[in-house]
Design a protein around this ligand. Sequence first.
Ligand SMILES: [Zn+2]
Length: 332
Amino acid sequence: MKLFSEIYGQNNAIDLLRRSLARRMVSHAYLFCGPSGVGKKTCAEAFARALLCSQATEDDACGECRSCRQAEAGNHPDFFKVEPDGGSIKIDQAREVQRRITLAPFQGGRQVCLIDRAESMTDEAANCFLKILEEPPAGVVFILVCIQPYALPATVLSRCQQVSFQLLPVSQVALILAGSPGIKPEEADLTALLSGGSVGQAFDLLGSGSLAERRKRLAEIISAIDSVGPGEACRLADSLSGSREETLSWIEGLMLWYRDLLIWKESENEKLIINRDFLPAIREQASRRKLPLLIDRLEKIEGARNKLSRNANPRLVLDVLFLNLCRPADLA
Ligand SMILES: [Zn+2]
């Protein structure tokens, strides 16, 4: 569990929360909303810790007092978390919250209730929470965390102070990854680029252990693609086709690879290459291709990515892309 001072990124959200602590203007309910994997829950936990800390600085937890240690260990008696139970937050869970907040805080300070994936509340549970939020008990702070605020009843939304979280810049994702144990710098940069600004997505990519494998496969495909016929191109496309997300991730991979070829062709500067660990392949592939062809391929890949984001059929997008990629150089 982190302190505010240890979190990278989300400066707007964190500044807002730290200011409300410093001014002692804490609301009784917050709604943290934004895309998945960008630090909403990390910030919610840091905020909870600061609210509960017995020797907090003006706007952050100390990280050392009994309260902070209990929160870190997950056994602070005045900090309770609600998570979906089998896909949704149910009425019994809402009633349990209702019961607990009627008890006096064990440690005499505040009580904090973190509700993760709040949009998964059943209608009954949402009604029960609405009643709680309509008459907020003194000293209790609710933090609702959600990805899709529009899935919550407007009556609940209107009783929470909204705190928005954004996708992170690639550089920040890379920084967070680079600071994590067991991640190589070149892996951090590439994964950050493929993460779309979500640290959660980046760790998913790394956790699947498939990143190196995937790039090896890309190296083979790109090495072969200029010399195959349409039938073989479709077979290659077929070997990659999967869900929309998987297809998008392959297309992003192709894009970064052709970008590397283009940059190598223009600059021969190793430092600018993303797939640096595949430099011999990049060098060899770039030497076999003319500049206009590389530019044409990049445009085709970008076109495929745009089609995919406009809901085109992933399999079809890949087929058409590979047919374009295999066209002989002189036609490009
Ligand atoms: Zn503390």
